[in-house]
Design a protein around this ligand. Structure first.
Ligand SMILES: [Zn+2]
Ligand SMILES: [Zn+2]
Length: 154
Protein backbone atom coordinates (compact mmCIF):
# COMPACT_ATOMS: atom_id res chain seq x y z
CA UNK A 1 0.00 0.00 0.00
CA UNK A 2 3.04 2.27 0.17
CA UNK A 3 2.18 3.67 -3.25
CA UNK A 4 -1.24 4.79 -2.02
CA UNK A 5 -0.08 6.96 0.88
CA UNK A 6 -1.62 10.36 0.13
CA UNK A 7 0.95 13.00 -0.81
CA UNK A 8 -1.60 15.72 -1.42
CA UNK A 9 -5.19 16.20 -0.37
CA UNK A 10 -7.81 18.75 -1.26
CA UNK A 11 -11.47 19.59 -1.42
CA UNK A 12 -14.08 21.93 -2.82
CA UNK A 13 -14.91 25.14 -0.93
CA UNK A 14 -17.63 23.58 1.27
CA UNK A 15 -15.65 20.30 1.68
CA UNK A 16 -18.57 18.12 0.57
CA UNK A 17 -16.21 16.56 -1.99
CA UNK A 18 -12.57 15.77 -1.29
CA UNK A 19 -9.72 13.82 -2.85
CA UNK A 20 -6.22 12.49 -2.30
CA UNK A 21 -3.35 11.79 -4.68
CA UNK A 22 -0.57 9.32 -4.00
CA UNK A 23 1.99 10.17 -6.71
CA UNK A 24 4.11 13.10 -7.79
CA UNK A 25 2.58 15.33 -10.47
CA UNK A 26 3.48 14.59 -14.07
CA UNK A 27 3.07 18.32 -14.67
CA UNK A 28 2.53 21.31 -12.41
CA UNK A 29 2.15 24.70 -14.03
CA UNK A 30 0.33 27.97 -14.09
CA UNK A 31 -1.93 27.61 -17.11
CA UNK A 32 -2.92 30.66 -19.14
CA UNK A 33 -4.92 28.79 -21.81
CA UNK A 34 -8.27 30.19 -22.88
CA UNK A 35 -10.10 27.06 -21.66
CA UNK A 36 -8.77 27.47 -18.11
CA UNK A 37 -9.55 31.18 -18.24
CA UNK A 38 -13.15 30.60 -19.34
CA UNK A 39 -13.82 27.52 -17.20
CA UNK A 40 -12.52 29.10 -13.98
CA UNK A 41 -13.29 32.78 -14.76
CA UNK A 42 -9.74 33.57 -13.56
CA UNK A 43 -6.83 35.03 -15.57
CA UNK A 44 -4.86 31.81 -15.05
CA UNK A 45 -4.96 28.70 -12.92
CA UNK A 46 -2.54 26.35 -11.19
CA UNK A 47 -3.04 22.95 -12.77
CA UNK A 48 -1.40 19.63 -11.92
CA UNK A 49 -1.60 16.44 -13.95
CA UNK A 50 -1.42 12.99 -12.36
CA UNK A 51 -1.82 9.46 -13.58
CA UNK A 52 -5.47 8.60 -12.88
CA UNK A 53 -4.42 5.57 -10.79
CA UNK A 54 -2.93 7.94 -8.18
CA UNK A 55 -6.23 9.74 -7.59
CA UNK A 56 -9.04 8.79 -5.19
CA UNK A 57 -12.15 10.54 -3.96
CA UNK A 58 -12.16 10.64 -0.15
CA UNK A 59 -15.60 12.06 0.67
CA UNK A 60 -18.28 9.59 1.88
CA UNK A 61 -19.61 6.98 -0.55
CA UNK A 62 -21.40 6.89 -2.87
CA UNK A 63 -19.03 9.51 -4.27
CA UNK A 64 -21.35 10.27 -7.20
CA UNK A 65 -24.08 11.59 -4.91
CA UNK A 66 -22.07 14.79 -4.26
CA UNK A 67 -20.48 15.05 -7.74
CA UNK A 68 -21.67 17.00 -10.73
CA UNK A 69 -19.77 16.80 -13.96
CA UNK A 70 -19.38 18.64 -17.22
CA UNK A 71 -18.09 17.14 -20.46
CA UNK A 72 -16.22 19.77 -22.41
CA UNK A 73 -18.07 20.23 -25.71
CA UNK A 74 -14.78 21.11 -27.43
CA UNK A 75 -12.91 18.14 -25.88
CA UNK A 76 -15.49 15.41 -25.11
CA UNK A 77 -12.77 13.16 -23.65
CA UNK A 78 -12.39 15.64 -20.77
CA UNK A 79 -14.86 15.38 -17.88
CA UNK A 80 -14.73 18.05 -15.17
CA UNK A 81 -15.97 17.18 -11.69
CA UNK A 82 -17.51 19.76 -9.39
CA UNK A 83 -19.35 19.88 -6.09
CA UNK A 84 -23.15 19.73 -6.25
CA UNK A 85 -23.37 22.01 -3.20
CA UNK A 86 -20.84 24.84 -3.71
CA UNK A 87 -20.19 24.35 -7.44
CA UNK A 88 -16.41 24.39 -7.20
CA UNK A 89 -14.58 22.22 -9.73
CA UNK A 90 -11.68 20.27 -8.23
CA UNK A 91 -10.56 17.79 -10.90
CA UNK A 92 -11.00 16.66 -14.46
CA UNK A 93 -10.32 13.35 -16.16
CA UNK A 94 -8.87 13.01 -19.65
CA UNK A 95 -9.96 9.60 -20.97
CA UNK A 96 -7.48 9.82 -23.87
CA UNK A 97 -4.40 10.13 -21.65
CA UNK A 98 -5.88 8.56 -18.47
CA UNK A 99 -4.63 11.61 -16.59
CA UNK A 100 -6.40 13.55 -13.85
CA UNK A 101 -6.01 17.31 -13.60
CA UNK A 102 -6.30 18.95 -10.22
CA UNK A 103 -6.39 22.69 -9.52
CA UNK A 104 -3.82 23.64 -6.93
CA UNK A 105 -6.00 26.22 -5.24
CA UNK A 106 -8.23 23.36 -3.98
CA UNK A 107 -5.39 21.74 -1.96
CA UNK A 108 -5.66 21.60 1.84
CA UNK A 109 -4.15 24.51 3.81
CA UNK A 110 -2.59 24.97 7.21
CA UNK A 111 -3.88 27.53 9.75
CA UNK A 112 -1.88 30.26 7.97
CA UNK A 113 -3.53 29.51 4.63
CA UNK A 114 -0.40 27.91 3.17
CA UNK A 115 -0.89 24.86 0.95
CA UNK A 116 0.18 21.59 2.57
CA UNK A 117 2.72 19.80 0.37
CA UNK A 118 3.61 22.91 -1.63
CA UNK A 119 7.11 21.59 -2.34
CA UNK A 120 5.48 18.69 -4.20
CA UNK A 121 2.69 20.70 -5.77
CA UNK A 122 4.35 23.98 -6.73
CA UNK A 123 4.34 24.98 -10.40
CA UNK A 124 7.52 24.65 -12.44
CA UNK A 125 6.50 26.85 -15.39
CA UNK A 126 3.88 29.08 -17.02
CA UNK A 127 2.15 27.28 -19.91
CA UNK A 128 0.02 28.70 -22.74
CA UNK A 129 1.55 32.04 -21.81
CA UNK A 130 0.82 33.37 -25.29
CA UNK A 131 -2.84 33.88 -24.33
CA UNK A 132 -2.09 35.42 -20.92
CA UNK A 133 -4.36 38.11 -19.50
CA UNK A 134 -1.50 39.61 -17.51
CA UNK A 135 2.29 39.48 -17.42
CA UNK A 136 3.87 37.58 -14.55
CA UNK A 137 7.30 38.66 -13.35
CA UNK A 138 8.82 35.59 -11.74
CA UNK A 139 11.68 33.16 -12.26
CA UNK A 140 9.60 30.39 -13.90
CA UNK A 141 9.96 29.69 -17.59
CA UNK A 142 7.16 30.81 -19.95
CA UNK A 143 5.93 28.60 -22.82
CA UNK A 144 3.62 29.10 -25.81
CA UNK A 145 1.99 25.72 -25.05
CA UNK A 146 3.09 22.90 -22.75
CA UNK A 147 6.42 23.14 -20.94
CA UNK A 148 9.35 21.85 -23.01
CA UNK A 149 6.94 20.85 -25.84
CA UNK A 150 6.42 24.30 -27.36
CA UNK A 151 8.23 27.56 -28.01
CA UNK A 152 9.75 29.22 -25.00
CA UNK A 153 8.61 32.84 -24.68
CA UNK A 154 11.14 34.30 -22.21
ZN1 LIG B 1 -18.53 21.99 -2.19
ZN1 LIG C 1 -5.28 25.54 -19.28
Amino acid sequence: MADHVPLLQGSCFCQAISYAVSALPILSAYCHCTSCQRLTSCPFTHTMHFDASAFTWTHPEPHESQLDFYDNILKPYKRRFRCKTCGVGVASRNSNTNHISIWGATLDRNEDGKILGWDIAKPTAHQFYGTRMLDVKDDLTKWEGYQSKSNRLD
